[in-house]
Design a protein around this ligand. Structure first.
Ligand code: OXD
Length: 268
C-alpha cells in the first residue's frame, strides 16, 4: 500500500507490487494523473467528519459574511461612516457544484440556518432533503441563473479544469458571490477580475488558487472584493486520517472491501 500526497509523477512506478494507493487528503488528482497508476490498482481517499465539519464552518462564515453585508460595513468603517446597507440582509440562494460528502455536509448546515440550497451534478442523484439538478435534464448556465451564491467543491479532473470561466459565470445574476474551496485550477483567474469589474460578481471568497502559495504580485491580494484564505478551509485531521489509512490496510490484508474508494476513470 502507498500513502501519497502530491508525489512526483511516476514515483509509484518503482513499487510494482503495490495494490492500494491512498491519498493523504480528500483530493486525489495527484493519483489520477500518475500514468503508473492504472485500473489494476485500488485507490482511496480521506473522508472524515472532522474535515466535513471544518468545511461547513468555513462556507457558513463566507455565506453569512456576504448575507449580512459585512463587506459594506468594512468600507463604511474605513470612511468613518455610520451607514446602513439596503437591504440589511441580502437574499441568498446557494448553488453547489460538487455534491459529494463535503457538498452534502455543507448543504445541511446552510439549510439549518435557513438558506435555500440547490446542487448540480453530472448524473441524476437522489439525496434526501436536497434538490439536485443534473446535466442530463438541465444546463449549467440555467442553474447559475437560479442562484446568487455559487459554491464550488468540485474535484479536479480534466473536465472541471477552467470550468469557472467568464463564459459560464456571466450567467450569475448581478451582484453574486463566488466561493471556491474546490481547486484553484477550476477558476480562470483573469475572468474573475473581469466579472468583478462588471459587477456580475460582487464578492469572491477564495481558498484555492492556480498557483499556491499565491504569488506576492498577484492582483487578487489588493482587490477589495476578494477574500483570501491560504487553502485552510478544511485541513486533514492527522489522527483521523491515520486511523482511516490503517483500517484500509487491514481491510486490504484480509480481503475486505476498502472504504472511500475512488474510481480512476471518473477521477473522484
Ligand atoms: C485535500 C485538500 O484534498 O486539503 O485534502 O485540499
Amino acid at each position: 500500500m502507498l500513502v501519497v500526497w502530491k508525489h512526483p509523477e511516476n514515483a509509484s512506478a518503482q513499487f510494482p507490487n503495490v495494490q492500494l494507493i491512498s491519498s493523504l487528503g480528500a483530493g486525489v488528482e495527484h493519483i489520477i494523473k500518475d500514468p503508473a497508476i492504472t485500473s489494476k490498482h485500488l485507490i482511496s481517499r480521506i473522508v472524515d467528519p472532522t474535515l466535513a465539519h471544518s468545511m461547513q464552518k468555513h462556507v457558513l462564515t463566507c455565506v453569512l459574511h456576504f448575507h449580512k453585508q459585512w463587506p459594506f460595513y468594512q468600507v463604511a468603517k474605513q470612511n468613518g461612516q455610520w451607514a446602513k446597507p439596503n437591504p440589511i440582509e441580502r437574499p441568498i440562494k446557494v448553488g453547489i457544484l460538487g455534491v459529494g460528502a463535503l457538498g452534502q455536509a455543507v448543504t445541511k448546515i446552510l439549510q439549518t440556518v435557513g438558506f435555500e440550497v440547490i446542487g448540480f451534478s453530472r448524473k441524476p442523484k437522489e439525496i434526501p432533503n436536497f434538490t439536485v439538478w443534473d446535466s442530463e435534464n438541465h444546463s449549467l448556465p440555467s442553474f447559475l441563473q437560479e442562484i446568487n451564491v455559487l459554491l464550488s467543491l468540485l474535484p479536479r479532473t480534466p473536465q472541471t479544469e477552467g470550468i469557472l470561466s467568464y463564459e459560464l459565470l456571466r450567467n450569475l445574476p448581478k451582484g453574486s458571490c463566488l466561493i471556491n474551496v474546490g481547486r484553484g485550477a477550476h477558476l480562470v483567474e483573469d475572468d474573475l477580475l473581469k466579472l468583478l469589474e462588471e459587477g456580475t460578481i460582487d464578492q469572491a471568497y477564495l481558498d484555492v488558487f492556480q498557483e499556491e502559495p499565491l504569488p506576492t504580485s498577484h492582483p487578487f491580494w489588493s482587490h477589495s472584493h476578494i477574500f483570501i484564505t491560504p487553502h485552510t478551509a478544511s485541513i486533514t485531521h492527522q489522527e483521523n486520517a491515520a486511523k482511516i489509512i490503517a483500517d484500509n490496510y487491514q481491510r486490504l490484508k484480509t480481503g475486505g472491501p476498502i472504504r472511500f474508494e475512488v474510481q480512476l476513470d471518473r477521477g473522484y
